[in-house]
Design a binder for this molecule. Sequence first.
Ligand SMILES: O=C(CO)[C@H](O)[C@H](O)COP(=O)(O)O
Length: 76
Amino acid sequence: GQKFMPEMMDKVRTLRKKYPSLDIEVDGGLGPSTIDAATSAGANCIVAGSSVFGAPDPAQVITLMRGSVEEAQKRS
Ligand SMILES: O=C(CO)[C@H](O)[C@H](O)COP(=O)(O)O
């Protein structure tokens, strides 16, 4: 898959500030090591391929990423 692009998170942050209830999707390179950067910038729709399908326990990775979205929403 596409590598995570941290430099795009400013764009996500700007959109989130302007549109508090918009669905903002990030796709590419998302997994346990990158999810918090995306969700704290304001992403709430997460597309993930390799980190889920390549995991020994896919459900655990999904739960972790969902938790990251929820935690970021609580902080906002
Ligand atoms: O559907 C896709 C491409 O068609 C996604 O971009 C892809 O599955 C993302 O993969 P990864 O999480 O491994 O970067």
